[in-house]
Ligand binder design. Structure first.
Ligand code: TRP
Length: 450
């Protein structure tokens, strides 16, 4: 299996692919809306702490495991820990990929509709409340959102069948930096709006009275979601990384880029939220209601809105292919399906659930399971339960099951002596990360009161 396996050709290729996976709807759609629902600044601080303390070490751990295993996540655990149950972590990853891909495609479908609206200049002249109505009208429909969901999934499937490196990766290297530039321009417009100050305070001024145990768990879930952790994505990508590559700097660069984009998205959105009288806890529609308002208020707004939604679709695509890739690599390597068959099977399954997620804002709005709509159930359980639990198991594996020497030879390079940074890293994955994740969990389910 190791021989003839595809790999990333350059250092920038590795970072671009992993960053392409990490940067997506999680940063621009999910981060602002979850932050808005959890009171703002205090959530932001906790989120940053989780990225630094848990996110970066976990990303490094996943990449190391993947590079040592040279297989899909399931196969990797089978290979590194034969005759044990660790492969179940890989199975959990495939399940999580399935759930995430379902609601992810539904939201990506919204971005396709918004790209269409931007091209036809449909935001022009609409007031803030009309833009709100436009969003709810569209998402509560039956056919249009479902069709966009399937279109997006099909785009993802086509890229995955065709192979990741030659097509999308080449374009992503150019398009991702463009997204960055567009967000900065939006930031400049947003912070010069009347009333921007209130938005920036909401984002950056912590009010700890708004922070409850549920918010802390959601900050943890969001940090893993945004960095594509706890699901085997970074294990899979790690398996394509060249042995000479320094994983420490790859993991850090990807995490920094991802966090930067999330913060910049927050800066583009919250000043506008307050300037246009939108509720910060509007939920999943937040970006779709807020940004069209901003476009209206800037010279060249038409061009920027088309560019922005186009780049958002691409950002979503480079993330969704990394989700589908985990499922497909499992199907092909373990169930011996051909790549095309594996993709079709995955497409059919996710297609059904994706449409159900999309209908959750419309006809299935009042259909609740465990108190959640299907959309929220998939979103909540995958991000706040599956990812943290799998993340916990992954650090426990690397901290306690894997030989310290093997970890060191991946993280530092073969035969290199442990340095201070590595000792800190080991301490985090052995003690701090397992302890912190468990604590956040028990606290949120109410078994422990802090
Ligand atoms: N991180 C991506 C985003 O922010 C989504 C994503 C891709 C993901 N692969 C993942 C989330 C694996 C969790 C796990 O949009």
């Amino acid at each position: 299996m190791q021989q003839g396996r595809d790999g990333f050709s350059s250092r920038f290729g590795v970072i671009a692919a992993a960053a392409g996976s990490a940067i997506g709807l999680g940063n621009i759609w999910r981060f602002p809306y979850v932050l808005g629902e959890n009171g703002g600044g205090a959530f932001f601080l906790v989120y940053m702490a989780f990225i630094l303390l848990l996110g970066i070490p976990l990303m490094l751990t996943e990449m190391s495991i993947g590079r040592a295993g040279q297989r899909n996540p399931y196969g990797t655990f089978r290979f590194l820990a034969p005759k044990t149950k660790w492969y179940l972590v890989g199975v959990m990853g495939v399940a999580a990929a399935f759930l995430i891909l379902s609601f992810y495609s539904a939201v990506a479908g919204w971005t396709l509709q918004y790209l269409y609206d931007a091209i036809f200049n449909n935001f022009a002249g609409k007031s803030s409340s009309e833009l709100f109505g436009m969003f709810t009208n569209f998402t509560s429909g039956v056919y249009t959102p479902s069709i966009w969901t399937l279109v997006f999934l099909m785009m993802t499937g086509l890229v995955v069948v065709a192979g990741v490196e030659k097509g999308i990766e080449k374009y992503a290297k150019i398009l991702m930096p463009m997204l960055f530039v567009i967000i900065i321009i939006l930031d400049i417009r947003a912070i010069t709006l009347d009333g921007a100050k209130e938005g920036l305070e909401f984002l950056f001024k912590p009010d700890f009275s708004k922070l409850d145990s549920k918010a802390v768990l959601e900050a943890l879930g969001q940090s893993f979601f945004s960095l594509s952790l706890g699901m085997g994505t970074m294990i899979t990508y790690g398996s394509y990384i060249n042995k000479k590559e320094k994983l420490f700097s790859s993991a850090t660069s990807v995490s920094i880029a991802d966090t930067l984009i999330a913060v910049l998205a927050g800066v583009a959105i919250f000043p506008a939220v307050f300037a246009f009288g939108i509720e910060p806890d509007s939920g999943p529609g937040l970006v779709f209601i807020t940004l069209p308002n901003v476009f209206q208020q800037m010279p060249g707004g038409y061009v920027f809105s088309v560019l922005f939604f186009f780049l958002l679709v691409i950002a979503a695509l480079t993330s969704s292919i990394s989700l589908l890739e985990v499922v497909v690599s499992y199907f092909t390597e373990e169930l011996k399906l051909t790549r095309a068959k594996a993709t079709i099977v995955a497409f059919a399954g996710v297609g059904v659930f994706g449409v159900l997620c999309s209908l959750s804002s419309g006809p299935l709005k009042d259909f609740h399971l465990l108190g959640f709509t299907i959309f929220d159930l998939f979103d909540y359980t995958s991000s706040n339960i599956l990812l943290p639990v799998a993340g916990l198991l992954i650090v426990l594996f690397a901290g306690w099951k894997w030989k310290r020497m093997s970890v060191a030879s991946e993280v530092l390079g073969e035969g290199i002596k442990e340095n201070m940074l590595f000792k800190i890293f080991m301490f985090i994955i052995k003690f701090i990360a397992p302890f912190a994740i468990t604590l956040v969990f028990l606290n949120a389910v109410g078994l422990l009161k802090l």
